[in-house]
Design a protein around this ligand. Structure first.
Ligand code: PGA
Length: 245
């Protein structure tokens, strides 16, 4: 695991974009794994700039997203489908047939199984971008989720619903979601974990330095052979650097 800490937000974004850019080339024929949330927005904007300048070739690239709220579809602004299309697919000029987001409106069990098949049919994920919840969640795998879980339906924790409230004008955050499982995420060839802000500091310290344990789902990343962690100094605030794992 490689951990870098940045005092400056632009430097963090540039380092993340450089790594994703290189990984897209290195893992050609595999999908790019997309995290939604506030943290990677600058990264997607930078990748979009590179694509429109012709510096990043996205021909043939597919996108696979981590999770979706149950009951929300692409026409709902708060859905992750809407996020992936507006913040990632459009700036990277990727057609909607090459974008896989779990369908929050269909039969949830069937959708979870179909999604696993779709990831495999698209060659698997090359680099997977992930964030971390303030409670240590990985995608919507909340504390206690087994490390061998596949794509499944989850009940969101109160902490997660509180953290995500600003995306919902009504303040009513769905109670359930669909998420790639921890074992599904771990099949990506490389994982890029991004975290910003003091609200993530405790979760980052537990994920990177505690023994891997389902009580902190992101701690599973210690068991992956190719993980890069990029943090701002606030998110690294509870870490004793350097990390040697
Ligand atoms: P955030 O979400 O990027 O909006 O902080 C990350 C997460 O909850 O995994």
């Amino acid at each position: 695991m490689k951990v870098d800490v940045f005092a400056n937000d632009d430097a963090l974004t540039t380092a993340a974009a450089d790594l994703v850019h290189l990984s897209i080339t290195e893992f050609a024929g595999r999908a790019l794994g997309i995290a939604t949330g506030a943290t990677p927005l600058g990264l997607y904007a930078e990748l979009g700039r590179r694509a429109s300048a012709g510096a990043l070739d996205t021909a043939g690239l597919s996108l696979v997203a981590l999770d979706e709220y149950l009951g929300l579809g692409p026409s709902d602004e708060a859905s992750f489908a809407a996020y992936v299309h507006s913040q990632v697919a459009a700036p990277l000029a990727i057609a909607s047939e090459r974008v896989a987001v779990l369908d929050g409106m269909g039969d949830a069990q069937q959708e979870c199984a179909a999604f696993e098949r779709r990831i495999r049919a698209w060659g698997g994920v090359g680099v997977q971008i992930v964030g971390i919840g303030s409670n240590g969640h990985l995608a919507f795998n909340e504390p206690g989720t087994p490390f061998d879980s596949r794509t499944h339906v989850v009940r969101l924790s109160e902490q997660t619903r509180l953290d995500n409230r600003s995306s919902f004008a009504s303040g009513a955050v769905p109670q359930f979601a669909l998420t790639q499982g921890i074992a599904t995420i771990m099949e990506a060839r490389r994982i890029l974990l991004l975290a910003r802000g003091a609200s993530k500091a405790e979760a980052i310290a537990r994920a990177l330095t505690g023994a891997p344990d389902p009580s902190c789902p992101a701690s599973v990343l210690q068991l992956h052979p190719d993980v890069v962690v990029l943090l701002d100094s606030a998110a690294a605030g509870a870490l004793e650097l350097p990390i040697s794992a």
